[in-house]
Design a protein around this ligand. Structure first.
Ligand code: 1PZ
Length: 215
């Protein structure tokens, strides 16, 4: 019998982590948000080393948030809502240019938040794709609609090159380790509304506080 340690990593478990993010009154727990990202990075690393420049940046941001959560002011970092209130009230956010607080929780989480939109768009394309659809095309379309708008041309070029190394749809589905293609599609159908929820709630908080363009 498989022990927990031997059990192969499944993308379902990662996406399930995001369902733990939402509190009863629709606040987003940073602990689970960070945990969800850790799982996505593990998944991305299993796709090959061409993606390591991407996962390095993601890991860096994940650790900044984890350190804030585990630091002396950690109680203010329980949810995205409490983080935003605390950092704004305490003047801990650079609003117009990176200066005194280059690694604020707000600006750091915003980068992952934008990437979560990419993930939502990409997974939705995967979910509705046909057998001969190209993952690299789905990935770059999702990227162009989301993250690319926030990246300079060097990063856009490097990303575009990395996308070409994505495995094809059949292999991609296998690496997800969820089951048959039908089961993958069903799993995505359940996971996507949760990811959208987390994304939309975060987006609203950032919109309300005019934080969507943080440098
Ligand atoms: C499965 C294939 C993976 C495709 C991932 C698509 C996203 C490509 C993004 C590439 C950007 C990486 C290089 C670092 C860029 C940073 O400059 C920016 C802005 O941060 P700043 O410079 O302002 O501090 N970082 C980001 O935009 C965060 C990117 C996180 C990407 C995580 C992708 C996770 C994918 C999960 C796979 C299932």
């Amino acid at each position: 019998a498989n022990t927990v340690e031997e059990k192969k990593f499944s993308l379902k478990e990662v996406l399930d982590t995001f369902s733990l993010c939402l509190s009863e009154n629709k606040e987003v727990y940073i602990e689970h948000y960070v945990e969800g990202w850790r799982g996505l990075v593990r998944f991305m690393n299993s796709l090959g080393s061409v993606f390591s420049f991407i996962s390095k940046d993601a890991v860096n941001k994940i650790e900044i948030l984890a350190n804030l959560l585990n630091g002396e002011n950690g109680t203010h970092y329980i949810t995205i809502q409490s983080m935003v209130k605390y950092e704004l009230d305490s003047g801990l956010v650079d609003l117009t240019q990176r200066d005194k607080h280059p690694e604020s929780g707000c600006r750091t989480l915003l980068r992952l938040h934008r990437a979560l939109r990419w993930l939502e768009l990409f997974l939705e394309r995967l979910r509705t794709s046909s057998e001969d659809s190209k993952t690299s095309v789905m990935c770059s379309e999702a990227y162009n609609e989301s993250l690319a708008q926030h990246h300079g041309w060097i990063i856009r070029k490097a990303s575009g090159m990395a996308f070409c190394y994505l495995p094809g749809r059949p292999t991609f589905f296998e690496v997800m380790n969820v089951g048959t293609p039908e089961e993958v599609v069903a799993m995505l159908g359940e996971a996507l509304p949760i990811i959208s929820d987390v994304y939309n709630i975060t987006e609203n908080v950032y919109t309300q506080h005019e934080l969507l363009q943080l440098p």
